[in-house]
Design a protein around this ligand. Sequence first.
Ligand SMILES: Cc1cc2nc3c(=O)[nH]c(=O)nc-3n(C[C@H](O)[C@H](O)[C@H](O)COP(=O)(O)OP(=O)(O)OC[C@H]3O[C@@H](n4cnc5c(N)ncnc54)[C@H](O)[C@@H]3O)c2cc1C
Length: 265
Amino acid sequence: MKLVVLIKQIPNTSNVRIDPKTGNLVREGVTSIMNPEDRHALEAALSIKDHFNAVVDVISMGPPQAIEVICEGLAMGADKGILLTDRAFAGADTWATSTALGNAIRKNGPFDLILAGRQAIDGDTAQIGPQIAEFLGIPQITCVSALELSDGKVVANRIIENGCERIETPLPALVTCLASLNEPRYPTVGRILDSVLESTPIEIWNAADIGVKAQEVGLAGSLTQVLKTFTPKGGRETQYLEGTPSDIASGIVQFFVDRQVRLGE
Ligand SMILES: Cc1cc2nc3c(=O)[nH]c(=O)nc-3n(C[C@H](O)[C@H](O)[C@H](O)COP(=O)(O)OP(=O)(O)OC[C@H]3O[C@@H](n4cnc5c(N)ncnc54)[C@H](O)[C@@H]3O)c2cc1C
């Protein structure tokens, strides 16, 4: 059984700032981490590997330093890492990202299940998993909180607003994973050493390696463009009321009356 896990390196968002002059993200000096839900997707794949005779490959597209998340994936227990890195991939929107990742998955050969995070906490679109499933023409189950494999099928709980759906689909398929799916394991010391000593395989592929032309990926292959990035202005207004409880209660009522808020409707 072959499992493919998509992992994205993202800036540690607690540190992210936007340059007020250029409107661009300030990436200098910002530490990078594995997208949190991707860690849960990888844990799900590794748990399947613990119970079945499975091989787990991790794939990431990003700049050369994204090899750090590949190494982390290997240190958690993945068998092979693939980094897609090429200047031609730069500036990709989700369409171009899915084109590159989809072609890489095809080149990597037959698979049974692709696991991704539901959403990357920097790009935040939640489009990559569904787009790749469409690109590859396979069924998908998104927002998965529980997962079982049996008899060539995947059965998953899918969280929806106010409830949960239980869905079954034949393999090969793609699932996008939520944090509630599991508790990710820590990398072991032995496997960290293996990945540092490069005894676990990492393949580095460029656009030509995955058989795409430069105009199909990156900025050139993107169907959308970011026109502007900006921080929305905060709009909270604080007003302190003083006096007796009766004064304060009257003040609150007057506050709503002044703003023409109708009470009791
Ligand atoms: C119009 C537009 C222009 C953009 N321009 C740039 C740019 O110039 N530079 C830039 O850095 N970013 C750019 N981005 C962001 C970049 O396109 C997205 O980060 C990328 O397409 C993934 O989308 P997402 O982060 O919303 O992923 P989501 O769809 O939220 O991610 C879901 C899951 O897909 C998988 N996944 C997502 N991305 C990757 C990846 N790269 N490798 C492996 N797995 C992955 C992960 O499992 C992840 O949990 C742009 C986005 C848009 C919409």
